[in-house]
Design a protein around this ligand. Structure first.
Ligand SMILES: Nc1ncnc2c1ncn2[C@@H]1O[C@H](COP(=O)(O)OP(=O)(O)OP(=O)(O)O)[C@@H](O)[C@H]1O
Length: 205
């Protein structure tokens, strides 16, 4: 999978959030989108994912064989982001069941393994609405990182995690990323520790 941005820009009303972003994201690459609060990191990640449409330039998704539409790309990526809410009415077991209708888990990981690895095994039948914010974040990370997709998009992945949760996140990334592309939007080094490639949103104002 390859994602290519060419002279890509996004504005809200009359305010340009970023302009002229040209970048290529390759399979196996680790990329961090960096910048202060409100600078546009999340917005850029949402443009990359296709959740938001750019106002200028292009975003293209391709494999060695073909160009993919936004809809096709969507099946190849998993996203953990504060604005993508879990279904509060579901239990953890139901959340997994629901997720598995759209995405498989990576080979050798069962739903029970996924839950145990993120330390939620005792909450299998608890409704998500009764999870703490850190438990919700652990669940979001499990659903994303254990999805069998070539692209992981992570927006502030350690939101609401305590020190043990941050160590868990780093372990998950270390153990289960494989050859996947990872793009993280963050201003916290603990979240993008694995990313040698940095995109500074301030360079695109
Ligand atoms: N739907 C929207 N309509 C209008 N303005 C928006 C919208 N979404 C975001 N913005 C504005 O775009 C700018 C960038 O927001 P964004 O959430 O991308 O920043 P960020 O760098 O991810 O911030 P943070 O580090 O605080 O999460 C902000 O000024 C924000 O108010």
């Amino acid at each position: 999978m390859k994602i290519t941005l060419d002279q890509t820009g996004k504005r809200f009303n009359y305010d340009w959030i970023f302009r002229r972003v040209s970048a290529t994201f390759e399979q196996g690459g680790r990329y961090a989108i960096l910048g202060p609060n409100g600078s546009g990191k999340s917005t850029l990640l949402q443009v990359i994912s296709g959740h938001l449409h750019q106002n200028e330039g292009t975003v293209t998704y391709s494999t060695p064989e073909e160009l993919l539409s936004h809809d096709q790309f969507f099946r190849h990526c998993a996203i953990a982001a504060p604005y993508l809410e879990l279904v509060e009415e579901f239990t953890l077991a139901e959340s997994l069941q629901f997720h598995l209708q759209f995405k498989n888990l990576i080979p050798d990981i069962t739903p029970a393994d996924a839950v145990a690895i993120v330390g939620l095994e005792k909450s299998m039948h608890k409704q998500v609405r009764n999870f703490s914010s850190g438990m919700k974040q652990r669940l979001k990370l499990a659903l994303t990182i254990f999805s069998d997709v070539p692209v992981l998009l992570l927006d502030e992945p350690c939101t609401n995690l305590d020190a043990a949760g941050i160590r868990l996140y780093q372990q998950l990334i270390t153990d289960y990323s494989g050859d996947r592309m990872i793009i993280v939007s963050s201003n916290d080094e603990q979240e993008y520790f694995m990313c040698p490639n940095h995109i500074r949103i301030q360079d695109y104002k």
